[in-house]
Design a protein around this ligand. Structure first.
Ligand code: NAI
Length: 428
């Protein structure tokens, strides 16, 4: 009998397999498509390859080597003697057994982790099935650069692609339902980022609802209720992702919803429909908690620790996130509005890239830092950064917040001069 079956070899699945195998568990991991999942094949890695290419042609060329190279790396990880990789889709027979979809072979284990990820959510409007309407995977598969791109949804995917295609020379128009872009971000940061992207030539139609796609045009109602339209060669639908659930999940007897995914407890154990259910877990996008590759990885490591009866200090409540636009935006912890809504006493401290020596020397003076902490330069609660290398700076703040440090301790930490990181200790 194997110790652990993992369904899905995305970042959640393969990292968990690696960690479990190194801890001595016998692991079987199933993957019905390519190892690496959405992140490596059609998500984070391809988009970051685009972000770091100077033209569409260069991006396409680099993609052809970056993705297979990383995929080979994952296959290397999964060649560990304690891991069996089955390149087939797994389907539940019961809560301890799965069946490989093609060979029909069955596999059993004491524990099963579901890490099947998510897929694009399309909106129910007429014309959404049109040939020129794509999701993020379809956009990454284009062989030619579109002249005009209309993006529906100013969330993470919409903003990253708007930024990169605008830089490649495409005319980009964004249509968003809400008043501001990036609903999960601190409003101050989101607004500055949108304004900067507007200056760079991207058109934003905020508070607009898409009605129909027809004859190469997207029709939408603007905030005054008038119908407008945008012409586009390609239309990207970036209106969110939904957990990837399978009909056979019902056979294992746990709570699962088409829209919200698999319900889990704080150890990522699935909740039984009735009675008791031991040893079944769901990590990553499929549980709908935090749709981020690094969240899936850490959830998986926590599950393995739980299986091994090992305590850990992983702080899944301190979850950094970044948006790789130009400039970048990143955050960790609650936004200013969220802190207010929660009735938490806090103070806000800001600084600007334009006053930072390294930013000046790099010619990257557009940007700001907002740190929220308990009163009197107390315990750090959150960090919101917009500007060059925001993700790296937020990573430093994630360490402070995880360790419970105060703003005063941050200021007392020596920072190398000249670096962008000094912008953190330069807050007012
Ligand atoms: P999202 O939830 O971030 O944003 C979707 C946006 O579409 C929202 O602003 C929403 O108001 C808008 N919208 C929804 N229906 C609409 C309609 N009918 N008309 C106009 N606007 C509409 O979803 P997104 O960008 O698709 O990303 C999916 C997931 O992937 C997210 O959970 C995200 O965290 C993750 N992701 C993370 C990345 C990163 O961390 N850098 C990169 C890419 C994706």
């Amino acid at each position: 009998m194997n110790d652990l079956i993992i369904i899905g070899a995305g970042p959640g699945g393969y990292r968990t397999a690696e960690y479990a195998a190194k801890a001595g568990l016998k692991v079987v991991i199933f993957e019905g498509a390519e190892v690496g999942g959405t992140c490596l094949n059609v998500g984070c890695i391809p988009t970051k390859t685009y972000v770091h290419s100077s033209s569409f042609a260069e991006a396409r060329e680099r993609l052809a080597t970056v993705v297979p190279g990383l995929r080979a790396g994952v296959e290397g990880i999964l060649s560990h003697p304690n891991i069996t990789l089955v390149k087939e889709k797994a389907q539940f027979v019961d809560a301890k057994t799965v069946q490989a979809s093609t060979s029909g072979e069955t596999w059993s284990a004491d524990n099963i982790i579901i890490a099947t990820g998510s897929e694009s959510k399309m909106i129910p409007v007429p014309g959404i099935d049109g040939a020129n309407v794509v999701d993020s995977t379809g956009l990454l598969n284009l062989d030619t650069l579109p002249g005009k791109l209309c993006i529906i949804g100013a969330g993470v995917i919409g903003m990253e692609f708007a930024s990169v295609f605008n830089r490649f020379g495409t005319e980009v128009t964004v249509i968003e339902f809400l008043k501001e872009c990036l609903p999960a971000l601190d409003a101050d940061i989101a607004k500055r980022l949108r304004k900067q992207m507007e200056k760079e030539g991207i058109t934003f139609n905020m508070q607009c609802g898409v009605k129909e796609i027809a004859d190469g045009k997207v029709f939408f109602d603007n905030k005054k209720g008038q119908t407008e339209s945008v012409e586009a060669d390609v239309i990207l639908v970036a209106t969110g992702r939904k957990p990837r659930v399978q009909p056979d999940f019902a056979k294992a007897g746990f709570v699962c919803d088409e829209r919200k995914g698999i319900t889990v407890d704080d150890d990522f154990k699935v909740l039984p429909i009735e009675g008791k259910l031991e040893g079944v877990y769901a990590i990553g996008d499929v549980n709908g908690r935090q749709m981020l590759a690094h969240a899936a990885e850490m959830q998986g490591i926590h599950v393995v620790n739980h299986i091994l009866g090992k305590e850990d200090g992983i702080r899944l409540d301190v979850m950094p996130a970044a948006i790789f636009t130009e400039p970048e935006a990143a955050c960790v912890g609650p936004s200013e509005d969220q802190l207010k809504a929660d009735g938490i006493q806090f103070e806000c401290h800001k600084s600007f890239y334009r006053a930072n020596g390294k930013a000046m020397s790099m010619g990257k003076t557009e940007g700001m830092v907002k740190l929220c902490c308990e009163p009197d330069e107390g315990k750090l609660l959150s960090a919101h950064i917009y500007g060059a290398h925001a993700a790296d700076l937020v990573q430093e703040m994630t360490a402070y917040i995880t360790l419970g440090a105060t703003l005063r301790q941050l200021r007392e930490t020596v920072h190398i001069h000249p670096t962008l990181s000094e912008v953190l200790i330069e807050v007012n």
